[in-house]
Design a protein around this ligand. Sequence first.
Ligand code: NI
Length: 179
Amino acid sequence: MGHPTLRRPARAVQPEEIGSDAIHRLLEDMRDTLQHAGGIGLAAPQIDESLRLAIIEIPGGPSRYGELEPMPSTLFINPRIEVLDPVRAGYWEGCLSVPGLRGLVERPQHVLVTFQNLRGETRGLAFSGFRATVVQHELDHLDGKLFIDRITDSTKLVFEDEYLRYIEQPTPPGDPPAV
Ligand code: NI
């Protein structure tokens, strides 16, 4: 946070660039960064490449976002997002570019993403729930936006340590939450 590339709208990947060696090398860098950092999504501006390119990969199982449904590694080139249902839900988002912080962000929970794949073909995928939030978070990076810009209640911006200590309430399996 503070690097100008993170705050600049990224440029479209040109048709002749899709599938090029440079893009393949960039994708390898992005996947390495993502796996090394233990994140679930990364956009090219986060590694100082101002291109409309993002990957999302949710390994599943326990994570810093709780127990997650896996999502196979998906690459989005020049993605566009359409909200299918404006009903919002809030998640405590974090970001590799904003280390050590969490913030409660409400976003629509049903979206359609149209994008190109590495063969330059146009594809569409619908996402709901947490995945819809993750996709919107990553695509925001392509427009120079960070999750902190979306927080409407600044008391819901907290340090990760305090989030884990005071906010996250993990429920042991089989043990229903107290009412
Ligand atoms: Ni992020």
